[in-house]
Design a protein around this ligand. Structure first.
Ligand code: UT7
Length: 323
């Protein structure tokens, strides 16, 4: 059977790093509060000339170089983002143009922080359905543009950045020993909209709006939702937490990551954590964490890797991949 195998990874971060202490003169907060409650120590913030498209392009080029491929080899680009350059056209098409691609097709996927997990699942279906052989899956965000910089309960949490992977059609036996995407589980539930949303949009206010979050409420739901969807993925693949080599969760809060891993029985040393370095970069957080763990040679060919995310909507999901 056809499997969607990861061939390369890449990342791109804005030049400017903002430390927790840099917020101390702006809102009533402290490095200690942010670090203790979230695990975040710094985040990257985009300059005017750094956009979701430019960061996404840079991450895509890095992933292509890592895979030993060129844009000519790609059939499809799926970009997960909630902060597109424009309302339309899709930023994925802008990235396609920046890469010099005049073939294939590209589209955006909007599932907020779960966007990358949704995008990998979608790309996998295009590959297995025979519509594409190689897909660039990108998560790119500039959440700094939609933050209310006077709201201490949200502005300290998010950062900008992009991560990308190249998925390529390969042959497998249909067992979990195969390389590639092995199982996935996606969910959404619109009853929680008011807990995490942006208070603007083209069809309502005609403005871009600002991110609003009842953090404590999101926190309350997060661990249960994350562990449910991971257990569904384990059972679809017929594995347990012990079979995993790496857990690469959405990087929103170290306490959510720790509690989820503990509830699932995933050993601490198998958990990839980058929230300290990047903050919450929404759809970029999982591919950024992946690219860090691949670059430092923790994640190696043949490893069993679990990706997970949860965010606005609510949306949530998990994907199991053999590297
Ligand atoms: O990626 C999408 C998913 N999003 C998430 O997963 C985020 C989920 N939520 C969280 O990570 C946490 O709920 C937060 C980090 C947002 C907040 O942590 P918490 O432990 O739930 O704190 P809290 O909201 O219960 O607030 C505790 C106190 C409050 O003061 P009072 O009411 O106890 O007097 C807040 O006003 O901390 C206060 N506070 C702050 N203090 C200093 C809120 N933000 C700040 C701040 N600095 N930046």
């Amino acid at each position: 059977m056809i499997r969607s195998v990861v061939r390369g990874t890449g990342a791109a971060l804005p030049r400017r790093i903002m430390k927790n202490a840099d917020f101390e003169g702006m809102v009533e907060t402290s490095d200690e509060w942010i670090a203790q409650r979230t695990g975040i120590r710094q985040r990257h913030i985009a300059a005017d000339d750094e956009t979701t498209a430019s960061l996404g392009e840079a991450a895509a080029r890095a992933a292509l170089a890592n895979a030993g491929l060129t844009p000519d080899d790609i059939d499809l680009i799926v970009l997960a983002t909630s902060t597109p350059n424009n309302t339309f056209p899709a930023t994925a098409v802008e990235i396609q143009n920046r890469l010099g691609m005049q073939h294939g097709f590209a589209f955006d996927m909007q599932a907020v922080c779960s966007g990358f997990v949704y995008a990998v699942t979608t790309a996998d279906l295009y590959i297995r359905g025979g519509l594409a052989k190689r897909v660039l899956v990108i998560g790119s965000e500039t959440f700094s543009r939609i933050l209310d910089w006077s709201d201490r309960s949200t502005c300290v949490l998010f950062g900008d950045g992009a991560g990308a992977i190249v998925l390529e059609a390969g042959e497998g036996d249909g067992t979990i020993a195969d390389r590639g995407v092995l199982a996935a589980s996606l969910r959404s539930d619109g009853t929680h909209k008011e807990k995490l949303f942006v208070d603007g949009g083209p069809s309502t206010t005609g403005t871009v709006g600002h991110l609003r979050m009842e953090g404590r409420e999101v926190f309350k739901h997060a661990v249960g939702m994350i562990t449910d969807v991971i257990e569904a993925t384990f059972s679809a693949a017929g594995i347990t937490a012990d079979d995993l080599d790496w857990f690469v969760p959405h990087q929103a809060n170290k306490r959510i990551i720790d509690a989820s891993a503990k509830k699932l029985g995933i050993a601490e040393q198998k958990v990839v954590v980058t929230v300290d370095l990047h903050g919450n970069t929404s759809a970029a957080s999982v591919p950024l964490a992946l690219s860090v763990a691949v670059a430092d040679r923790r994640i190696k060919k043949g490893d069993l890797v679990l990706l997970e995310a949860m965010g606005g909507g609510f949306t949530w999901g998990a994907v199991l991949v053999r590297w």
